[in-house]
Design a protein around this ligand. Structure first.
Ligand SMILES: Cc1cc2nc3c(=O)[nH]c(=O)nc-3n(C[C@H](O)[C@H](O)[C@H](O)COP(=O)(O)OP(=O)(O)OC[C@H]3O[C@@H](n4cnc5c(N)ncnc54)[C@H](O)[C@@H]3O)c2cc1C
Length: 388
């Protein structure tokens, strides 16, 4: 009897070649790439609808912006086509950014991006993955990882079944759920310096530029307005510990009131701003996107890094599967491509924290940096000044 129970419990475990946790941009890009190469892929997603609710400012970079920021991607035809987005997800062109000082003096520069509704954008990427043959199970959350040393495996327990896999991709976003469940508080594998953000979808007299506001409006961070056609995504992120959740909402409410915007809905989320995790590969687990801390610390953008890293992770799995190449190649590819930009961005963020303080100091620094292109370079994750 006991043997029968054990056996049936074991039979309930579903084995897949690749199990991906999370169907955000990173999860879906990895799933698409692997499925196109004939790999058996299951992606599990805790939400009922992929991408919904959005936790984003919803500014998506075009390919031109991507190849200007990162190395070793320009000649990758697969990535090139991955960044070829259909018109239906493009709501408004974002080809100009303005950065405002506390006194509302502004500096502008070119941008190559567009705004989108994240549920539509993430849904489009998920559709590409399923069309390629990947399976996505929504409403399925990873809850626990259980080691079974005698059987030489790890069980992935979810709200909808138990799984084993040859390879695991942690695409679960900033909280890096696989690393959390396998490694607890070990900072080697989890992104750090999570900053709280809040945003609102608004109506009103909207700009047609991506506007950023520095100073007391968002202590240690910035407020943004990203036009989306009829509406705009307006939000703010602040340095960790500067404001509680209630204060954050109050600050954004006051900002919207000042701009005469009508708030239609609220959202929020965490952005890992501490730079890449120390190790992105842990046994057969590869961390991608936000789970690997690949967000630009100076501006909070992470969608392109999520997509690129996911493609690299899929390539590493394909190489391991075909020729036994060590999975560590994945981390090398990521660092070769985006390591420099992320390092400079982290330095810019630290300089910002050190030099931008209250309104007076922020105003003074911006008036020094603005005219010599320092703000543009900091936003683009290039060296803010020749000095640094
Ligand atoms: C408020 C805000 C504004 C932002 N604005 C921008 C912007 O304008 N432009 C930009 O480029 N970046 C922006 N970012 C960052 C960007 O959203 C992320 O970098 C990007 O979404 C990372 O993609 P990802 O696939 O790694 O993670 P995510 O998009 O976070 O996807 C992770 C997925 O995993 C799922 N998941 C989590 N836990 C589990 C679990 N236990 N089981 C199963 N599924 C799970 C989640 O539901 C989610 O669908 C913003 C972030 C925030 C919070």
């Amino acid at each position: 009897m006991a043997e029968a129970v054990k056996k049936s419990a074991r039979d309930d475990v579903e084995h897949r070649e690749v199990l991906i946790i999370g169907a955000g941009p990173a999860g879906s890009v990895a799933a698409q790439r692997l499925a196109e190469e004939g790999v058996d892929v299951l992606s599990i997603e805790r939400r009922e609808i992929v991408g919904n609710p959005a936790q984003c400012g919803e500014c998506i970079p075009n390919w031109g912006e991507v190849i200007a920021a990162f190395d070793n991607v320009e000649k990758d035809p697969w990535l090139r086509s991955s960044f070829d987005f259909p018109d239906r997800v493009r709501l408004a062109r974002l080809d100009w950014m303005r950065v405002f000082s506390p006194s509302m003096k502004c500096w502008g520069f070119e941008l190559d991006a567009f705004s989108a509704h994240r549920p539509q954008f993430d849904g489009m990427l998920a559709e590409r993955a399923t069309s390629a043959g990947a399976e996505i199970r929504v409403g399925t959350a990873l809850r626990k990882v259980q080691k079974q040393p005698k059987l030489g495996r790890e069980l992935y327990l979810t709200t909808n079944g138990t799984y084993t896999a040859d390879y695991i991709i942690d695409a679960s976003g900033s909280l890096a759920q696989v690393a959390r469940l396998r490694r607890g508080k070990d900072a080697t594998f989890r992104p750090s310096d999570q900053i709280p953000t809040i945003y609102a979808q608004v109506e009103g007299d909207l700009p047609d530029t991506f506007d950023v506001f520095l100073g007391a409006v968002a202590p240690g961070g910035y407020a943004w307005i990203i036009p989306k056609g009829e509406t705009a995504n307006v939000g703010l992120g602040v340095a960790a510990g500067k404001l509680g959740e209630v204060m954050l909402k109050q600050y954004l409410g006051e900002f919207c009131q000042k701009m005469d915007f009508e708030v239609l809905s609220w959202g929020g989320g965490w952005i890992p701003m501490g730079g890449p995790v120390k190790r992105m590969v842990d046994g057969n687990v590869l961390a991608v996107g936000d789970a690997a801390g690949l967000v630009m610390p100076s501006n909070g953008g992470g969608i392109s890094q999520a997509m690129i890293s996911a493609k690299f992770a899929a390539d590493a799995i394909l190489a391991h599967r075909a020729d036994g190449v060590g999975l560590e190649i994945y981390e090398k590819m990521v660092r070769r491509s985006m390591g420099k930009a992320l390092r400079i961005s982290l330095r810019s963020k630290r300089l910002g924290n050190a030099f931008l303080g209250g309104d007076l100091r922020t105003e003074a620094m911006m008036r020094i940096l603005g005219p010599i292109g320092g703000l543009k370079r900091a936003m683009e994750c290039k060296r803010p000044l020749w000095l640094f």
